[in-house]
Design a protein around this ligand. Structure first.
Ligand code: ASC
Length: 128
């Protein structure tokens, strides 16, 4: 899928950046910084759900070098990394389902849980 390790690194960082952007659009509504628009929340949550499936193929062997904050633990504790990835994917799927209901309280709760799963993986597997 990737010609060079640096292509994989660029790909996963790009996906995670775009995912963070769309997650943040939901966060702005969950935190009351912008008015809640159920359609916008649902559209962004659907994007996050789709994007959440993409990054992990780009953490293959040999992609631990270069412009990356990825910790070696990703490759030395692959089961734990996979578990953290799957937890995040499950939480953003729930966020997407919550957003489809159009209920702001459900979106807030699911957003909080999804954010925790982002953070847990970053704390364990990302430098700084
Ligand atoms: C975001 C984003 C993350 C998560 C994380 C949650 O919006 O870009 O990485 O939320 O900060 O704690």
């Amino acid at each position: 899928q990737f010609q060079k390790a640096e292509d994989a690194v660029k790909y996963r960082k790009s996906v995670l950046t775009v995912m963070g952007h769309h997650f943040g659009r939901i966060g702005a509504m969950a935190n009351g910084r912008v008015p809640f628009d159920a359609q916008v929340a649902a559209d962004n949550a659907a994007l996050v759900e789709t994007l959440s499936k993409l990054p992990f193929v780009a953490f293959g062997e040999g992609t631990d070098k270069g412009e990356t904050r990825a910790k070696p633990d990703i490759w030395t504790d692959q089961a734990k990394f996979k578990q953290a990835a799957e937890k995040m994917q499950a939480e953003v799927a729930k966020l997407s389902a919550a957003a489809k209901t159009g209920n702001l309280d459900s979106v807030k709760e699911a957003f909080g849980a999804a954010g925790k799963s982002c953070k847990a993986c970053h704390d364990a597997f990302r430098k700084d």
